[in-house]
Design a protein around this ligand. Structure first.
Ligand code: SAH
Length: 197
């Protein structure tokens, strides 16, 4: 999907803009799956998940392709008195040091990439994560109906296959990706936790 698509989404309220952190990530934090340290929120949008982690003691970096989303994220962080390093960036061309992060969180980015980009994307993440660093990813599952369109639906097997070369998968659990277009509050999703080999 071209940059234009994402920019236009942010000219209105995009479906994923729920005004609070995704509960899947709140739960990962509450269950101590996400350990304190330096975290990259990749495709951070307007920063709700990044802000939640910063409020809970993480050192947070957030990148997104869309300048207006990053601008909103910066304003929110400023209003809350939080120091978060938000900037415009492309997940397929990361400009961080090798092994720079303890964790990477991905709320709704993995499932937008086609098969080829998906591999390139995971390769980028593996490079910036330190060994044993955690990758936490929320994506729509194959159980979510396709009648409303939206991004790809992903199976557990696909996730396992794409992660296998660089990661040890801890778990892939059923979850919900919250949105403002689902009557039930969100769509059927998987939350994955994996460790860099
Ligand atoms: N994580 C946010 C937004 C999810 S929607 C949230 O949970 O609210 C997916 C996000 O990925 C959008 O903000 C979109 O602008 C961004 N995005 C799409 N392609 C990207 C790329 N190549 N690099 C970085 N961000 C990208």
């Amino acid at each position: 999907m071209a940059t234009n698509f994402w920019e236009e989404e942010y000219n209105k309220t995009p479906p994923w803009e729920v005004g609070h952190p995704q509960s899947a990530f709140v739960e990962l934090f509450s269950s101590n799956e996400l350990v304190l340290g330096k975290v990259l929120d990749i495709g951070c949008g307007t920063g709700e998940n990044a802000i939640f982690l910063a409020q809970n003691g993480f050192s947070v970096v957030g990148i997104d392709l869309v300048p207006s989303a990053i601008e909103k994220a910066k304003q929110k962080a400023k209003g809350l008195g939080l120091e978060i390093d938000f900037s415009v960036g492309d997940a397929l061309h990361l400009r961080f040091h090798p092994d720079e992060f303890d964790s990477v969180i991905d709320s709704g980015l993995f499932h937008i990439f086609d098969d080829k980009r998906r591999l390139a994307y995971i390769d980028q993440i593996a490079k910036v994560l330190r060994p044993e660093g955690g990758y936490f990813m929320l994506c729509f599952s194959e159980k979510e109906p396709t009648d409303w369109g939206g991004p790809r639906r992903v199976s557990k097997e696909e996730i396992e296959e794409v992660l296998a070369p660089n990661f040890e998968v801890n778990f892939i659990h059923d979850s919900i990706l919250e949105s403002n277009i689902h009557e039930a509050g969100g769509g059927l999703a998987y939350i994955s936790s994996a460790r860099r080999k």
